[in-house]
Design a protein around this ligand. Structure first.
Ligand code: SF4
Length: 388
């Protein structure tokens, strides 16, 4: 297919595809799906080989958020029966992080629900970063605390944070449909603040919220312009008790096309499969490793993932290898530019999960797999051992 040859050539040269080419990837048929995966897989291997970076989420503060993001189980007015707790103590967070690191994670993502941190919250997170780094030598820490005020990114960087996550989530045109309490511009501003403070910027999207293909392409092109080091791709988990509970729009094939499009548009960036991997890709997860070079190990913020051991077995069975702490995630040209050894992160308040998009003409409608959504009841904030 000429389209795929063109996209591979561009990806190997780090050249931006056109919007039409990105849209054409999303419109490919199931008959062409393996060709699409193979093409995007060439670009993935050029920049990341067969390495898979593992990241581990620690939900520092769960639920009780004053914001109204309609995809989120922690939102204002959410009826989802998730764990709700206030800030974990530094040693509790560090202990949860250690389980992930022992399971093979090289990055720990410290996430807190809320609009954004107070200065006192930043102090608290600084202590947590110190505890995590002391207990887990060489681990990368990414903070995800919501919208940042002036000076907070610098303070987090000074406290030892390597990265900051804040997702754009969806296109500027549809942003007001999913959230009323803050704007798309607020989110862009925080990603820029993180970048300017020398933190590795991590920013991604949520697919499956009823958006059109054009919206998905818009948000991915906006991300490329913002130039984060890592792009988490969430597939909406339609939690019961949230406004998007009925938005079961994704098929495994659709998820693969979305990941391929993101890889072509952001060829040399850490592309991470985030929330919704197990729910929407299901038995097609190993194919997605040919597109993304990073996943979360274990559980998500408010939902359970598959067992950590199953993640590791899947990576080995598919012929990939877990990226070691001594390996640099990003291609040399990006790592040098960032002045940092590796990069990448997850979905701030976002890997809560999501999925969706316009059904493709002729494709089977997506099935509501509520049986695959399990609220997290173990790990951080509970007395039970974490999944790692
Ligand atoms: S995504 Fe973040 S800011 Fe939005 S409701 Fe959820 S926890 Fe709050």
């Amino acid at each position: 297919m000429d389209l795929l040859n063109t996209l591979v050539d561009k990806g190997l040269r780090r050249e931006l595809p056109s919007r039409e080419e990105a849209l054409a990837v999303l419109a490919t048929s199931d008959d062409d799906l393996l060709d699409v995966v193979a093409a995007a897989g060439k670009v993935r291997r050029q920049w990341f080989g067969r390495r898979v970076k593992l990241n581990y989420l620690v939900n520092l503060k769960s639920g009780l958020c004053p914001e109204d993001c309609s995809y989120c189980s922690q939102r204002l007015g959410s009826k989802a029966e998730i764990l709700k707790y206030t800030w974990l103590k530094p040693d509790e967070a560090s202990q949860a992080a250690a389980a992930g690191v022992a399971g093979g994670a090289k990055r720990v993502c410290l996430v807190a629900s809320g609009r954004g941190p107070t200065d006192r919250d930043v102090d608290r997170v600084a202590q947590t970063i110190a505890a995590v780094k002391e207990q887990n030598e060489g681990v990368e820490v990414c903070a995800c605390l919501g919208l940042l005020s002036d000076g907070q990114a610098e303070r987090l960087r000074g406290a030892g944070a390597d990265a900051y996550n804040h997702n754009l989530n969806t296109s500027e045109a549809t942003y007001a449909d999913i959230t009323k309490t803050h704007t798309y511009a607020d989110r862009v501003d925080t990603v820029r603040k993180a970048h300017a403070a020398g933190l590795s910027a991590c920013s991604g999207l949520i697919a499956g919220m009823g958006e059109k293909d054009e919206d998905l392409v818009d948000v991915v092109f906006s991300l490329r312009e913002l130039d984060p080091d890592s792009v988490p791709v969430n597939f909406l988990i339609p939690f019961e008790g949230t406004p998007l509970a009925k938005e079961w729009n994704l098929t495994p094939q659709r998820c693969l096309r979305i990941l391929a499009m993101v890889r072509f548009v952001c060829p040399d960036v850490e592309v991470r499969i985030a929330g919704g991997r197990e729910v929407h890709l299901r038995s097609m997860q190993p194919l997605a490793l040919h597109l993304a070079n990073s996943i979360f190990l274990g559980d998500y913020l408010t939902s359970e993932g598959q067992a950590g051991k199953a993640d590791l077995d899947m990576i080995a069975d598919a012929g990939f290898e877990v990226e070691g702490a001594d390996q640099v995630t990003l291609p040399r040209h990006r790592a040098d530019a960032a002045g940092c050894d590796s990069h990448g992160e997850s979905g701030g308040c976002g890997p809560c999960g999501s999925a969706g998009s316009e059904p493709v003409a002729g494709a089977e409608p997506a099935e509501a797999r509520t049986d695959l959504v399990a609220v997290r009841r173990r790990g951080a904030g509970t007395d039970l051992a974490p999944n790692a």
